[in-house]
Design a protein around this ligand. Structure first.
Ligand code: FAD
Ligand code: NAP
Ligand code: SF4
Length: 679
């Protein structure tokens, strides 16, 4: 049995023990402000506590009004607010040894409202609001507000607090010369710039006493111009140690940094080296973070001495029972976070409740009956199609005690995830296929590969038939489309059909961008997602820390072929991509020299290439190949022909609606249908 001894070793803080080395990091989920939000958060955190996490940190809560992230965001400043928080702490403490800290976050100039305040009156590049500069009195008042918030957290039953000092929020804005131009005792040299956070910790400790955990999230890499130097980070960490913080957590990159820090193309554990560097300087236990998503990586990070604890946030959305599965020696059972951001961070930016692409129950716990407490008559289900929609249905229905058979026409499961995982930087998608495979076997689901279902060959003895047959690529009506130069994205990415040195991609949605990324690499010399050095070079991360903020000029490999990425719309390229990741895809292609053209009108395909008009001017893009990434159509013929004769047929995923189908919707539909039909 695989074991993880460093992960499950308790950490003694003197006055208290944390039962293992894993922290669930702070995530704003939107539940903080939702109807019945505290009851829902209680269910959400209860399940993670039951799943074995050592220490939970809540989403950021502001200590006063000006520190709110948005006008309606959460704040803890008044005694009448304590009762609500108690619902959460009671739920967590139902599990023996589970601990929870409240994160106190003042957003400073990132506050999305006109009353935001900062050390100096300097607008952030990612906010429309210019902050007011806090007066010296205002700084001192803010320090008192932090201490008051911590005291209220203690009254609410929290085991401690985390002071958010990174990601470019208020405290980080005081510490870095980039945003602190003050001329009072809180600005100027580093001793003055760190005075604000040190006085906060001092004031908090005075209010809460000794036996209360104080975590400080320290920005170890700002990744912006005029951020901190390494010497300043060390000096600050030592000062934090002397004022009595119990744990120092790692912060990587300001929100305005143009460096990906958690997206899927960031190599696993890419930033633990910076925590290790600080470990040489301080003795306070250090927590490391960012792109750690498997028990093997946690164990490796801890056993190689990079940190005393590991902080993961999104992996606990993907699987609340991550740690109990690891503790039971079943890491393959874990539903791995693929770092897509699609249902977590992207939702936050769209003012929706966070969830998880691979686990749509996350933050919606109260909408689902627990699978282990569900009892109903065992039913039989046939699922046609082993893509994300069909498999999420199959696994959930089997967990609910039903008898499931899956038919798949290919020789492998996974549907289009088999293509997605081929894109450089999206290798994590293979983990979802691994998770599906594990549970097909562990739940005794009957899997019939190489089994194409037609209206004639499906055995009709099932209680329900679920059609999850996905999509097929749309072939646009362009003169010459039958040319041998033309191939679909499936021909390119699945069948690995060869293409020449010049390629035009018709369609610039998610798949167009992915196909361009695929073509922009030399496939004889593909970097893997473990290639940290290539990642640091591509995004200009200065691991020698010679420069303030640890950034340096980027060094990008240009594409080995000439690529045109085309769309008819005149809007910005990649506008429909993920809110928090679209800029990374655009930047990555631009850096590799891909030509992205909007407002294209396709005229015809000739032996020479693709004839188009751009700005009413006709031109021929002389290309060897044209790859169709022009959307998709539902594979729904089987459904319609079965539905004529049977009522017990249901359709989900791309087969149901091809327009804008993504894995988030496919998996969500599968799981929800399983709960509906199992009742
Ligand atoms: P599919 O994945 O298409 O699965 C359908 C399955 O049914 C297939 O395995 C097929 O072989 C089988 N089948 C069809 N007909 C029959 C039959 N008659 N009998 C038996 N079996 C049959 N989505 C995201 O959310 N995020 C991403 O980052 C992302 N990246 C992508 C990158 C690429 C390159 C591609 C191509 C897609 C990407 N997607 C992404 C889209 C995502 O993969 C799809 O939305 C999702 O797979 C749809 O799931 P599905 O189960 O409905 O269909
Ligand atoms: P898509 O995002 O809808 O893009 C389709 C593209 O085809 C558009 O650029 C569209 O642009 C073009 N198009 C549509 N009809 C056309 C026609 N008749 N002729 C020529 N061009 C046409 O869909 P997709 O790229 O196929 O992706 C499918 C789904 O997978 C998406 O919903 C996406 O969410 C998901 N996905 C997500 C990611 C991710 O990173 N999150 C990655 C890959 C896929 P114009 O109409 O302007 O030409
Ligand atoms: Fe991870 Fe994607 Fe789920 Fe977010 S939505 S937790 S990034 S798998």
């Amino acid at each position: 049995m695989q074991s993880f001894p460093h992960t499950f070793k308790p950490l003694d803080l003197g006055f208290t023990q944390i039962k293992n080395r894993v922290v669930m990091g702070s995530m704003h989920t939107g539940l903080e402000e939702a109807d019945n939000g505290f009851e829902r958060m209680a269910s959400y955190f209860r399940e993670r506590a039951q799943g074995g996490v050592g220490l939970i940190i809540t989403g950021g809560i502001s200590p006063n009004f000006s520190g709110r992230v948005a006008p309606h965001s959460s704040q803890l400043s008044f005694p009448w607010q304590v009762g609500k928080h108690k619902i959460i702490t009671d739920a967590v403490h139902e599990t023996e040894g589970a601990k929870i800290c409240l994160q106190i976050l003042h957003s400073g100039r990132y506050g999305y409202h006109p009353l935001c305040a900062a050390p100096s009156k300097i607008k952030s590049p990612i906010s429309p609001f210019t902050p007011r500069a806090l007066s010296t009195w205002g700084v001192k008042k803010t320090i008192r507000d932090f201490a008051n918030c911590a005291k209220l957290a203690q009254k609410a039953g929290y085991d401690g607090i985390e002071v958010m000092g990174s990601e470019g929020y208020l405290i980080n804005q005081f510490v870095a010369p980039r945003t602190n131009k003050r001329d009072d005792q809180y600005g100027g040299d580093i001793n003055n710039r760190i005075r604000f956070p040190l006085e906060i910790i001092d004031a908090v400790r005075n209010k809460v006493g000794k036996n209360f955990i104080i975590v400080f999230r320290l920005s170890m890499l700002d990744l912006v111009d005029n951020g901190s130097t390494w010497e300043e980070v060390v000096m600050f960490a030592k000062a934090l140690e002397s004022v009595g913080v119990d744990l120092i957590n790692t912060g990587i990159g300001w929100h305005e940094a143009r460096v990906p820090t958690i997206a899927t193309m960031v190599p696993r554990a890419a930033f633990t080296w910076i925590t290790e560097k600080l470990k040489q300087e301080v003795s306070t236990p250090l927590i490391t973070t960012n792109r750690i998503n498997t028990p093997e990586v946690i164990e490796d990070v801890l056993s190689s001495g990079h940190a005393d604890m590991v902080c993961m946030a999104r992996p606990f959305l993907a699987d609340p029972h991550f740690l109990s599965k690891a503790a039971n020696g079943k890491p393959e059972a874990i539903n791995t976070c693929i770092s897509c951001n699609q249902a977590c961070l992207d939702h936050v930016f769209q003012q929706k409740i966070s969830s998880c692409l691979v686990n749509p129950k996350a933050c919606h716990e109260t909408e689902f009956i627990a699978t282990d407490s569900f009892t109903s008559k065992q039913k039989t289900f046939a699922v046609v199609g082993a893509g994300p929609a069909g498999l999420s249905f199959a696994i959930e229905a089997a967990k609910l005690g039903n008898n499931v058979t899956v038919y798949e026409r290919n020789d492998e499961i996974g549907g289009q995830f088999n293509i997605a995982k081929e894109i450089p930087g999206k290798e994590e998608f293979k983990e979802t296929i691994r998770y599906f495979n594990y549970h097909i076997e562990s739940l005794g689901i009957t899997l019939k590969l190489n089994s194409e279902v037609t209206p004639d060959n499906l055995i009709d003895s099932y209680d329900h038939v679920i059609i999850a047959t996905g999509i097929r690529p749309r072939v646009p009506d362009i003169e010459g489309i039958a040319s041998p130069k033309v191939l679909t994205y499936q021909d390119l990415l699945w069948k690995k059909q060869a293409v020449g040195q010049t390629v035009a991609l018709i369609g610039a949605g998610g798949i167009g961008f992915d196909a361009a990324e695929f073509l922009a690499h030399d496939h004889n010399n593909l970097p893997t997602s473990l290639d940290k050095e290539a990642f640091f070079e591509e995004w200009g991360i200065d691991t020698s820390y010679k420069n303030r903020g640890a950034i340096k000029p980027k060094v990008s490999e240009s594409s080995p072929r000439k690529i045109y990425l085309l769309q008819r719309k005149t809007t910005k390229m990649g506008k429909g991509l993920g809110k928090t990741t679209g800029w990374i895809h655009r930047q990555s292609l631009a850096d590799k020299g891909i030509e992205m053209i909007s407002g294209v009108n396709y005229k015809k395909i000739t032996d020479k290439g693709l004839v188009v008009t751009i700005d009413n001017k006709e031109t021929t893009l002389e290309v060897d190949n044209i790859v169709l990434c022009s959307g998709q159509l539902s594979n729904n013929e089987l459904y319609h022909s079965l539905k004529k004769h049977q009522d017990n047929v249901h359709i989900i995923g791309g087969a149901s609606l091809a327009s804008e189908i993504d894995a988030k919707r496919a998996i969500d539909e599968g799981i929800r249908l399983a709960h509906t039909l199992a009742q």
